[in-house]
Design a protein around this ligand. Structure first.
Ligand code: GLN
Length: 297
């Protein structure tokens, strides 16, 4: 006869919090206490204050199982954002899951560059290439209420997340999501020479550095969103070529890059690519993070 697993004993909220903190700190999570609280807030639909005030409230074994499972996922280094299903970007909450890169604060700089641009034609047509969660396209659409956007990605699963985010933020009718490689899907829409701005945060981690990434990134974020080939600039080079075909004369190309990549990329773009340098933006850590180019007339 098979014995049933012993049912977990009823426990209190504060005991569960203590269990979570010790599990996470044993796993080397630096911010263990806060992260355990965020997981509890999320799983129990409660607040930090209520957790403290009603710490002696009991938790059903089912809830307990659910919470312990979330603690275990975090202890195994899954990013908190995937567990909670959410990341803030440009003041908006985005759904995220393991099919998309978690939006990073420095990527907001790309949105700023596009939004501040002085467009010559109105409404501007803007393309976000490798949209992932859709964060760039959705934030730009929100900031430029008449802009028309096209957002592409190779991953259909990522596009489902992006579409959800566009709907959540009320811009679904102005952002078209297209599956395919880089700018290729725009061809079917006859957009050659018509795009006012191309923006992209392509994968840019050089292959040899992939193994050195922190475990959260290395083990859980999509490799498709990270790996940028030998020098990390493989996609940037392809983008220089295909954006040239789709941009209108004077059109803007805004690309995110990794440390030390801005110089080499700008040089190639200006010397061989038919672009003029249109700006370089450093991130909060002082790293040259965004390369802005304009297609020559
Ligand atoms: N465009 C998305 C972002 O900036 C995804 C980028 C990617 O997957 N490389 O977060």
């Amino acid at each position: 006869m098979k014995l049933a697993a012993p049912a977990p004993k009823a426990t209190t909220r504060s005991a569960l919090l203590r269990a979570g903190v010790s599990l996470l700190s044993d796993a080397g999570i630096p911010n263990a206490e806060n992260e355990a609280i965020w997981i509890l807030e999320f799983a129990l639909g409660t607040s930090r204050l209520a957790l403290r005030l009603e710490g002696s409230r009991t938790i059903s074994p089912r809830e307990q199982d659910r919470v312990m499972e979330l603690f275990a996922r975090r202890a195994a280094r899954e990013p908190l954002q995937y567990i909670l299903g959410s990341q803030e970007f440009c003041g908006l909450e985005f759904l995220v899951d393991r099919s998309v890169l978690i939006p990073r604060p420095e990527t907001e700089l790309l949105v700023e560059q596009v939004v501040q641009h002085n467009f010559r034609t109105w409404p501007p047509i803007i393309a976000d290439i490798g949209t992932g969660s859709g964060c760039i396209a959705v934030a730009v659409a929100r900031a430029l209420p008449t802009a028309v956007l096209y957002a592409t990605d190779r991953s259909p699963a990522a596009l489902r997340v992006a579409e959800h985010n566009a709907a959540r933020h009320g811009v679904k009718d102005r952002v078209q999501f297209l599956v395919g490689n880089l700018l290729e899907p725009l061809r079917a829409h006859g957009l050659e020479g018509k795009v006012a701005a191309v923006v992209s945060n392509p994968p840019y981690i050089p292959d040899r550095e992939l193994l050195e990434l922190q475990p959260e990134v290395r083990m859980f974020e999509p490799r498709l969103a990270l790996a940028g080939g030998m020098d990390g600039l493989e996609f940037h080079h392809q983008l220089l070529g295909s954006a040239m075909e789709f941009l209108a004369p004077g059109g803007l190309l805004v690309l995110e890059v990794g440390q030390g990549q801005a110089g080499p990329l700008s040089e190639i773009a200006v010397a061989h690519g038919g672009y003029a340098q249109a700006g370089l933006v450093r991130d909060a850590a002082g790293i040259e993070r965004v390369v802005c180019l304009s297609k020559k007339f």
